[in-house]
Design a protein around this ligand. Structure first.
Ligand SMILES: [Ca+2]
Length: 109
């Protein structure tokens, strides 16, 4: 009788061990597909295709925070996009397009 318990406990231990070995940790996720994993992403829900910095934030996301008016938004896009340009994240033409789109937008109005 005692040997049955030993065999059962060994089998049970092996089962627990095999479950522990085969259970892989969950894959890291990048919910907004901006190339920055969620654990490091300070700006969730980045628009698809938007260029982001190492914090996972686009120019629009950075400049849409704590706005007082439209002029402040356009100014923020201008200087933030310059930083993105200097970092090699965007081209001069992309920066120009960001500023043009910011000026045409209703953000901050
Ligand atoms: Ca993001």
């Amino acid at each position: 009788m005692k040997s049955i318990f030993i065999v059962l406990s060994v089998v049970l231990s092996l089962l627990i061990l095999s479950v522990g070995i085969s259970a892989a940790p969950p894959a890291p996720t990048d919910s907004d597909n901006d190339g920055i994993l969620d654990v490091d992403d300070l700006c969730m829900n980045t628009e698809s295709g938007d260029v982001v910095n190492s914090d996972g934030c686009s120019v629009v996301q950075i400049c849409s925070e704590n706005l007082r008016n439209h002029g402040e938004y356009v100014s923020c896009v201008s200087h933030t996009s310059k930083y993105f340009l200097l970092q090699g994240l965007i081209t001069k033409d992309e920066r120009k397009n960001l500023i043009t789109e910011a000026a045409k937008s209703d953000i901050g109005k």
